[in-house]
Design a protein around this ligand. Structure first.
Ligand code: NAD
Length: 441
């Protein structure tokens, strides 16, 4: 079995490290965030990801998985080193590469034998070569002659179902020009290889592009149905039925055709902007990408207008219950969540908000600190809707799929529902006496 280091112990690094150890490899996860590593050393999982905790606990117990802030020791102990650090957007929409390049230089600073360096972070085309040359520069400065190979192995897991996605991927993409590195990577993924998971073997640049192309396409698909929903609202069509029938066409597939308040999360917003920027900078601008980014921003504001359209432009004196602030269910991640735009806009119009989210409060507390005076955190749905003028469902957590609406009267809550995830049916809500607003239905 292999000795693996994973640099960056976030949503991707921690899941990858834990599951590689579960495959039987010996794994050390490195992070320069001391607090994060301290929590892991104390048996705490710093992120909310269903099913991850027992895998971490079990593999730590069997000494296949450990955590450290000591990069030198981790590099020395491993033959294969995954870079899984963040690649956030820079101010101009391009990718901020400082974390990836710092990790690459750090590896070169400490390595003393052949290593395979695997880029798991989502990075622009050309990063593999850049990592190689930055590392070589460090080795030259050190005056040592040590060989290494660079591999691109983009990750496709989704937060909320990361364990299942990592162990049952649709495909594993391995980008390298080197046979030895390819064989080593196949050994790392041996368990999946034996399970007949499709493997895509390609050059580094193609592997890097596959990740951006996949995310950008999915974001575009969501944006298509969101814009179509807006048209459906105007012409009296039902976007859910349109999407269902569209999805029955095998060429289209029903996934990512759910109209809503706009995509969010740590990947789609930054990856669409990055692809748009990559395309622009090589002189081949992708109009579809620019339009997707712009339409998604508009969609979030459109949700605010939907609410003010019913409650009035001036929301002073109005209390709105907000159900869900994370960008999707089963995660505590709020990066680029539509709530980050919608909640401050509602407060700007004068509203007081009563907010509940099964996992979002910890991050929400600091993300919404500027509007905290107008925001009350509630422990559950019913305390959030108490005395409210309207309810807004922003995230489709399971808990919000079975609301007991018969309690509204006793709670002094007005029967006005903005169902921005189309969980409920208009006819049923209207029968219960609600004013119902969905998205395109
Ligand atoms: P994250 O922010 O959760 O984690 C990144 C971690 O890297 C942090 O803990 C940070 O402290 C650490 N780090 C940064 N620089 C470091 C260094 N020099 N040494 C050690 N640790 C360092 O990020 P994430 O969501 O896990 O994403 C990581 C990459 O994977 C990104 O490129 C992202 O686009 C990609 N990706 C993310 C997802 C997802 O769902 N989150 C899915 C697929 C791909």
């Amino acid at each position: 079995m292999a000795n693996i280091a994973v640099i960056g112990t976030g949503y991707v690094g921690l899941v990858s490290g834990a599951l590689f150890s579960d495959f039987g490899h010996t794994v050390v996860c490195v992070d320069n965030d001391e607090q994060k590593i301290d929590r892991l050393l104390n048996g705490e999982i710093p992120i909310y990801e269903p099913g991850l905790e027992p895998i971490v606990t079990n593999n730590v117990y069997y000494k296949r998985l450990r955590f450290t802030t000591d990069l030198k020791q981790a590099v020395g102990a491993s033959d294969i080193i995954f870079i899984a650090v963040g690649t956030p957007p820079a101010h101009d929409g391009s990718v901020d590469m400082q974390y990836v390049l710092a990790a690459a230089r750090g590896i070169a600073e400490h390595m003393d034998a052949y290593k395979v360096i695997v880029d798991k972070s989502t990075v622009p085309v050309g990063t593999g070569q850049r990592v190689r040359s930055e590392m070589q520069e460090v080795l030259d400065r050190r005056g040592v002659d040590i060989s290494f190979d660079v591999v691109s192995n983009p990750e496709f897991l989704r937060e909320g179902s990361a364990v299942q996605d990592f162990t049952h991927p649709d495909r594993v993409v391995i980008g390298t020009e080197n046979e030895k590195a390819l064989d080593i990577m196949k050994d790392v993924y041996r368990v999946l290889f034996l399970n007949e998971t499709p493997f895509v073997e390609t050059d580094i640049e193609t592997a890097e592009m596959i990740k951006y192309a996949s995310n950008a396409f999915l974001a575009m698909k969501i944006t298509f149905i969101n814009e179509l929903a807006n048209v459906c609202e105007k012409v009296g069509a039902n976007v859910q039925k349109v999407a269902k029938a569209m999805g029955q066409d095998g060429r289209i597939s029903p996934k990512f055709l759910h109209a809503g308040p706009g995509y969010g999360g740590s990947c789609f917003p930054k990856d669409t902007k990055a692809l748009a920027e990559i395309a622009r900078s090589c002189g081949e601008p992708m109009k579809l990408m620019d339009a997707t980014v712009e339409a998604n921003e508009k969609q979030k504001l459109r949700m605010v207008r939907k609410i003010t359209g019913e409650l009035g432009e001036d929301l002073h004196g109005k209390t709105i219950a907000i159900l869900g602030i994370t960008f999707k269910p089963k995660t505590d991640d709020m990066r680029d969540s539509p709530s980050l735009v919608i909640l401050p806009e509602l407060v700007k119009c004068g509203a007081k908000l009563r907010v509940t989210d099964p996992q979002g409060k910890k991050e929400g507390l600091w993300r919404f600190k500027d509007i905290s005076e107008n925001l009350t955190w509630c422990t559950d749905i019913y305390s959030a809707v108490e005395q409210s003028d309207a309810t807004v469902i922003l995230t489709e957590w399971h808990q919000f799929r079975a609301i007991d609406f018969t309690r509204y009267e006793a709670l002094g809550a007005k029967k006005v529902l903005f169902d921005l995830r189309n969980i409920y049916r208009r006819d049923q809500m209207e029968q219960l006496g609600f004013v119902y607003h969905g998205v395109g239905v």
